[in-house]
Design a protein around this ligand. Structure first.
Ligand code: PLP
Length: 421
């Protein structure tokens, strides 16, 4: 067996394929180190990161201030469980309150767990506050949503691949078209506890809803005593040019779900933010997580939030994003169907598969990942310099103009599971 330092990228990839489950189809770049907007592979080759781990590294890779917080806390205490108190959790809870205005927070680890937590809170709020008959609460989400991969959460998905083979799913979940406030109004019944929505749909291809949509759904939810839950796991913490994407429409959702950049990529940290009325439904023993709210996570999250504010990352995202959008909109290519986005969260929809384009970009030193077959998502770390952004956009322009990559016909658009209310 070779010594580990002798392993080549090809050996590592073969090892991963042999011993791992094949639940991902990654680009064949083996990253060994990273800093800011750049990652370096096994051979010392540098790539500009245009994905940011799905917006978990908005602060840039290995941010020194977050690193310092991680190391300092790891030297003191990392995990107490919530059986005991620790000296970091109160500081994170107060920090989240001061930053967002929400009364209370419930910390978890992965995004999907935080979504589950919000759904549990909504159901129990539905039964105990709204007084829906036990076991009858209904939760409405949007077609083409992405909220994670647990069984309840994929039970809300309309993507056949995410559901196929994983049923049966919980009852009381249904979807309405995204961007259609009238459809939500029609779907609400006296049993509806909550409406769960991404302010901008990320995995669906950075779909920005029509202007006014969030204001309309907020009003509809208020009129019907239905909780408005926004999933800001990918759209939040600066990505769209504001701290949260819901702020573009000046609304105040009842529940906000955060994750990903809440730790700047160092550690899984997520949270549900809401009112005393909603999070107050949880009694001791109702819900929990061994790692949720641990001192290491809390120290890292506070540092990650400080970086977002101190380095004005939301403002940077707004400025650089507007510039990048206008530049990409000026790009003429027969392969482009649409360019869209908000802040440094952009998408180029093609009339052909995006994977070969992402492979061509990788060969030129830019890492992007296709989403939904024909969409290239562009989401660099928000600390990216204007020069690096320019260089990355140039590579995209060159690849799309060349027309070299990917001559295949567009794939059939896959079906949508019907989950209507
Ligand atoms: C990534 C994501 C999730 C799931 O987060 P995990 O940490 O992968 O469980 C949920 N909602 C949205 C909008 C996301 O982008």
């Amino acid at each position: 067996m070779p010594v580990e330092t002798d392993l080549k990228a090809t050996d590592l990839m073969a090892m991963e394929e042999q011993f791992g489950a094949h639940n991902y189809h990654p680009l064949d770049v083996v990253i060994r180190s990273a800093s800011g907007a750049w990652v370096t592979d096994e051979n010392g080759r540098r790539y500009l990161d245009f994905l940011s781990a799905y917006s978990a590294v908005n602060q840039g890779h290995c941010h020194p201030a977050i690193f310092r917080a991680l190391v300092e806390q790891a030297q003191r205490v990392t995990l107490t469980s919530r059986a005991f108190r620790n000296d970091q959790l109160p500081l994170l809870l107060r920090h989240l309150h001061q930053l967002t205005g929400y009364d209370r927070a419930l910390p978890m680890n992965s995004g999907a767990e935080a979504v589950e937590t919000a759904l549990k809170a909504a159901r129990k709020w539905g039964e105990t506050v709204k007084r829906i008959a036990p076991g009858q609460t209904q939760i409405i989400a949007c077609a083409n949503n992405f909220h994670g991969r647990t069984i309840a959460v994929v039970g809300l998905s309309t993507e056949p691949q995410y559901r196929s083979g994983f049923g049966p799913f919980p009852d009381g979940l249904c979807t309405v078209p995204f961007g259609d406030a009238a459809a939500l109004r029609q779907a609400i019944t006296p049993q509806t506890a909550a409406f769960l929505v991404e302010p901008i749909q990320g995995e669906a291809g950075v779909i920005v809803p029509p202007e006014g949509y969030l204001r309309q759904v907020a009003a509809i939810c208020r009129e019907n005593n239905v909780l408005l839950i926004v999933d800001e796991i990918q759209s939040g913490l600066g990505r769209t040019g504001k701290l949260f994407a819901y702020m573009h429409e000046g609304i105040q959702p009842d529940v906000v779900i955060v994750g990903k950049a809440l730790s700047g990529g160092f550690y899984p940290v997520s949270a549900v933010l809401s009112s005393t009325e909603v999070l107050g439904v949880f009694q001791p023993g109702d819900h929990g997580s061994t790692f949720g709210g641990n001192p290491l996570a809390c120290a890292v999250a506070r540092a990650a939030l400080r970086v977002i504010v101190d380095e004005r990352l939301a403002e940077r995202s707004a400025e650089l994003g507007a510039y990048a959008l206008s530049r990409l909109k000026a790009l003429r290519s027969s392969r482009i169907v649409e360019v869209r986005g908000r802040g440094l969260w952009l998408a180029i929809e093609l009339n052909q598969p995006a994977r070969p384009v992402c492979e061509a970009l990788s060969a030129r030193g830019v890492l992007c990942k296709e989403t939904h077959e024909r969409v290239i998502r562009i989401a660099p770390p928000l600390v990216i310099s204007r020069e690096d952004l320019d260089w990355g956009l140039e590579q995209i322009e060159t690849v799309l103009r060349e027309g070299a990559a990917g001559k295949e016909a567009a794939p059939e658009v896959t079906g949508v599971a019907v989950l209507s209310c």
